[in-house]
Design a binder for this molecule. Structure first.
Ligand code: NDP
Length: 403
């Protein structure tokens, strides 16, 4: 049985559902539910036109656990793929437990009133999933997701230990807008404006947001400024790579993006504290998200490439001393749009979500309890990346990074 229910109908969901339909041998029946049914219908129409596959659509508020449980039971699916927002992770996990089905997501839970993302809330579901014999797979996007699988592949095939790991996320795409985010603006801005944190010798080191900068020459993109940030996979990688001395996450931003964000922050538009406006409580960041371009509308105009990967240093598996490897994927925005109607940020997240779901439905990945993606065998996932539009390359560098 390989019926699947996808929740959420944004850019990531659109890519994932298209790719599921292109792998009909694995996904025998695709159900799609979100808060706004017309968005599900638009995805279903595009999927039908591009692949000939039917997708059943539904309206659901995923925070209504009893209603979602009924929908899961009614569709008879084996797996729920959560591509709504991080706020919905826990209610969707609750509904999966109630209906007795497996769960997958691409972003860890974040409470709405606190810009803080941590795995502790979802790791707390470990016993409940294990006792019911169900599997929850956390973080099956690109970062988190592929970047963790890359690290574990290096650990399996190249390095006995990983002493230092740098995750480099470069979006060299240009969408032609003065200011827009490539995925959900509210989640993106909460992430970017949070203090930077990196792992150093068993402790978290915190620095103010967007203050540590390096230039790096990305293949396929060219030299870009990248900024030290906190990203959720650092928490799970520090746990599952106990030998890790230093773990850092870097993301590129252009000067125009930084200038706009600085102004918006200075005038209070990125705040998540509610304000009273004409007798109604509004959250400035939510209002800002409502006026910014929708990420799913950026596809037709976005040109350029993404280059996301890991640089890892550690003792070589073959005993030849310390070695450094760089493993990465380059994805072209226009190619992604041509294939699924969405730009590369949605593509690089939606494809790994589909692959994670395929791993679970085919039994390549099995387990009872809550798993981060780095706990599972990287090989079958890495093989599918190559055949499903996200080919990767690995090369040895002369030595550790100099920054
Ligand atoms: P979008 O904002 O484009 O889409 C989110 C969708 O979820 C919308 O269709 C929205 O519905 C729906 N939704 C929101 N609340 C509810 C609810 N209560 N019940 C049902 N549906 C709901 O986001 P993206 O597609 O850009 O991102 C999707 C997810 O992917 C996010 O969690 C994001 O953090 C994650 N992500 C992960 C990455 C990774 O590499 N790991 C990278 C990029 C994104 P409506 O449109 O009606 O509001």
């Amino acid at each position: 049985m390989s019926k699947v229910l996808v929740i959420g109908a944004g850019g990531v969901s659109s890519v994932c559902v298209h790719k599921m339909a292109m792998n009909a041998g694995i996904f025998s029946e695709i159900h799609l539910a979100s808060r706004t049914k017309s968005k599900c219908d638009a995805i279903a129409a595009s999927v039908k036109q591009r692949t000939g596959v039917d997708v059943a659509t539904y309206e659901i508020d995923a925070e209504e656990v009893p209603a979602l449980t009924r929908l899961i039971e009614q569709t008879g699916v084996k797996l729920v793929v959560n591509l709504a927002l991080p706020y919905q992770d826990l209610p969707i996990m609750d509904a999966c437990l109630a209906a007795g089905v497996d769960y997958l997501d691409t972003a860890n839970y974040e409470p709405k009133d606190e810009a803080k993302f941590e795995y502790k809330w979802q790791w707390a579901y470990q016993d409940r999933f294990r006792e019911k014999g169900l599997m929850a797979l956390l973080g099956s996007g690109f970062d988190p997701g592929v970047t963790s699988v890359f690290a574990m592949w290096l650990k399996k095939h190249k390095l006995k230990t990983i002493r230092s790991l740098d995750i480099l996320d470069c979006n060299g795409g240009d969408h032609g807008q003065a200011f827009a985010t490539n995925f959900n603006p509210e989640i993106n801005i909460r992430e970017v404006t949070a203090p930077a944190r990196h792992w150093l010798k068993g402790e978290w080191v915190e620095t103010p947001a967007m203050t540590i900068r390096q230039q790096f020459d990305f293949e396929g993109v060219g030299p870009k400024n990248m900024y030290l940030m906190y990203h959720e996979e650092l928490e799970s990688l520090a746990k599952f790579l106990p030998e890790l001395e230093r773990g850092r996450f870097w993301m590129t931003f252009g000067d125009a993006y930084i200038n706009h964000l600085t102004v918006l922050q200075n005038v209070g538009m990125t705040s998540i504290e509610p304000v009273n406006y004409q007798g109604k409580e509004i959250v400035p960041l939510q209002f800002l998200a409502a006026v910014l371009p929708k990420p799913e509308t950026l596809g037709p105009t976005t040109k350029g490439k993404t280059n996301i990967g890991d640089i890892a240093t550690g003792q070589a598996l073959d005993g030849s001393g310390e070695k450094t490897f760089y493993i990465y994927n380059i994805c072209d925005h226009e190619d992604a749009f041509h294939e699924t109607g969405n730009q590369a940020i949605s593509y690089t997240t939606g494809v790994p979500a589909m692959i994670g779901a395929a791993m679970m439905l085919t039994g390549a990945w099995k387990g009872e309890g809550v798993f981060n993606i780095e706990q599972l065998d990287p090989d079958p996932f890495m093989e599918m990346l190559n055949t499903q539009g996200l080919p990767w390359q690995v090369k040895e560098l002369a030595g550790p990074v100099e920054f």
